[in-house]
Design a protein around this ligand. Sequence first.
Ligand code: HPA
Ligand code: ZN
Length: 350
Amino acid sequence: MTALVFTSEQAQHALVGALPKAELHVHIEGTLEPELMFALATRNNIALPYKSVQAVRDAYAFDNLQSFLDIYYAGTQVLLCEQDFFDMTWAYLVRAHSDHVVHSELFFDPQSHTSRGVDMGVVIHGIHRACAQAQTQWGMSSALILCFLRHLSEADAIQTLQAAKPYRSLLAGVGLDSSEQGHPPEKFQRVFAQAQALGLKLVAHAGEEGPPSYVWQALDVLGVQRIDHGVRAMEDADLVARLAAQRTPLTVCPLSNKALQVTPDLAKHPLKAMLDAGLCAMLNSDDPAYFGGYLNDNFNATISALNLQPLDVLTLVRNSFEASFVAPDLRAQYQLRADQAFATWARDHA
Ligand code: HPA
Ligand code: ZN
């Protein structure tokens, strides 16, 4: 008999720490902590509009997605050289490794760098070199997902995809992020078709602030394999049925939703209802340097707010591997490791 309920917060934290996990929704630029932002600004001789690390943190009070994006794009300006992208990515991977993340799929926003004159190769090589080091050092796998900024034109996205073609072998897929309202997925139909023709996986942010119709469009017009966020899909019963029937994954980010006022009260977050509806939902940190928590923080806050129990946590972790873009044999290995870690925890907490 397994331990079916958490008997203490300590037991909960122990399970979260013990389980190997995949993180599928993290913007690498959103992992840039203020300390590193200042260090890179100094190294690159860039003036920041903040006096101190604390002043940066004090600015992180958001009303909505746009108020965050304005600050997030300002932060990216300290990134100039390959070493900057390496240092930022390595700092995230070290932190993720300490949360027992064994596989991560990293979003990056090349247009916020190429628009400042930074070469696509500098961005991709810097991020990739850190991922390769994590693979060598810890056996941690990762994948890169190039995101198009939806507030820019489709022509700009097409140009960005062209610039990334020489690095095709280092990319797993493409995604769509930035300001959602007023920028529906259908705006990017052609560039997603071009990415698909290159054999890239397709994902898109939809149903974070935008309506359920944006989730339908991401599925039917763009042909995405995963929906990022997708919490507003819960407003449309037909859509929920479709997502459940096809096991379309939804990469949910509770601390992000709280920080951006999508669901200001975590106790009212739809994650539990999503699992109860049979959706393939899992937890992610989105922009952890800005939203007050990395992956295990998202687990612990959500478990406490929604009174999740051990088997819910195992489901979330199993969903993270099911939804990942790893090869089937590696997926099976990760699932087995998660099941074994759960069994060991259950034995110790029986
Ligand atoms: N939503 C949309 N775009 C983003 C986000 C997000 O949460 N984080 C970074 N870019
Ligand atoms: Zn995101």
